[in-house]
Design a protein around this ligand. Structure first.
Ligand SMILES: NC(=O)c1ccc[n+]([C@@H]2O[C@H](COP(=O)([O-])OP(=O)(O)OC[C@H]3O[C@@H](n4cnc5c(N)ncnc54)[C@H](O)[C@@H]3O)[C@@H](O)[C@H]2O)c1
Ligand SMILES: Nc1nc(=O)c(N)c(NC[C@H](O)[C@H](O)[C@H](O)COP(=O)(O)O)[nH]1
Length: 248
């Protein structure tokens, strides 16, 4: 299916927030955090629900932004709710590696070579050659043998205090193991709320705001503590607005 066209006025707006897409010449790490939200700061109508918020025009923008990255990061909650393709449909031949943060390896059955569950798009695309091999980031206390799975596995030690996986460790390991440097992080809420408070990790923040309220049962984006954004630019499309900014 062809993508809805993007208005050309968006390209210069996005440019300062994207790293050069000649990834072979520029090996410096770049992290873009991006998502679509409602007016009431929700990214889904309810827990585990896939919800359309943005116009087709800004969906195309998402694929355009993906083309500047070599990897696309989501949490296990988003994999289970959305069954996303996590590919790049903008331009030709742009391949991107899906990375799923899944400390307890809930997706073990999904990626198992002997899986009995219906094939997820990520697995299907990898097996039919149209998608890169997914990378699953798990806690290093889970003992599994890598060759049983249709994915690569990255093991990270949990933080002592909160039991989380540190973003620096996740990104460093993905750089070292797979040569990935340009990370586009798309959510969900857990990851976004966490990363909004990590100015040393996130280089650019690009938010699409759709003209809809998702109501009190929606999944909220609201970081634990207040923050003010820097270098802010707004763009207005057919029905959405896009805000590009920096955290520091
Ligand atoms: N509108 C959008 O742009 C958008 C984008 C992505 C997802 N979504 C929606 O968000 C919802 C899912 O959000 P969510 O918060 O439930 O799931 P999520 O995708 O943020 O995954 C959360 C889980 O990931 C793991 N995790 C992530 N980072 C971790 C870390 N640093 N350390 C340890 N564990 C970590 C934990 O197990 C956590 O429970 C879905 O409804 C989906 O449709 C919307
Ligand atoms: N731009 C955008 N508008 C939305 O209304 C919405 N719900 C998402 N959600 C982002 C989330 O990461 C989804 O999982 C991917 O949009 C899946 O998209 P693909 O199947 O990979 O194309 N993104």
């Amino acid at each position: 299916m062809s993508l809805h066209p993007i208005d050309e006025s968006l390209f210069p707006v996005l440019k300062p927030y994207l790293s050069s897409n000649s990834i072979h010449r520029h090996r410096r790490r770049h992290v873009t955090l991006t998502y679509a939200q409602s007016i009431d700061s929700k990214i889904a109508a309810g827990k585990g629900l896939r919800t359309h918020i943005s116009h087709e025009e800004t969906k195309t923008m998402t694929h355009y932004i993906r083309s500047f990255h070599d990897s696309l990061v989501i949490g296990i909650g988003t994999l289970l709710a959305d069954n996303p393709s996590l590919n790049c449909r903008y331009g030709e031949g742009n391949r991107i590696t899906p990375i799923i943060i899944d400390p307890t390896f809930k997706s073990m059955e999904i990626f198992s070579k002997e899986s009995k569950v219906e094939k997820y798009k990520l697995v299907e695309n990898y097996l039919n050659g149209s998608g890169n091999k997914p990378v699953i980031v798990i806690s290093d206390d889970i003992e599994v043998s890598d060759d049983r799975f249709n994915c690569d596995i990255v093991r990270i030690r949990r933080n002592n205090g909160d039991g989380k996986l540190s973003w620096n460790s996740i990104l460093n390991q993905c750089e070292d193991q797979f040569g990935l440097h340009k990370f586009m992080i798309e959510g969900g809420a857990y990851i976004i709320n966490d990363l909004l408070l990590c100015p040393d990790i996130v280089d650019s923040l690009i938010i699409t705001i759709g003209p809809v309220f998702l109501g009190e049962n929606g999944v909220s984006v609201s970081p634990k503590t207040p923050l003010s954004l820097k270098d802010v630019i707004w763009w207005k499309g057919i029905s959405d607005s896009v805000m590009c900014s920096k955290l520091k």
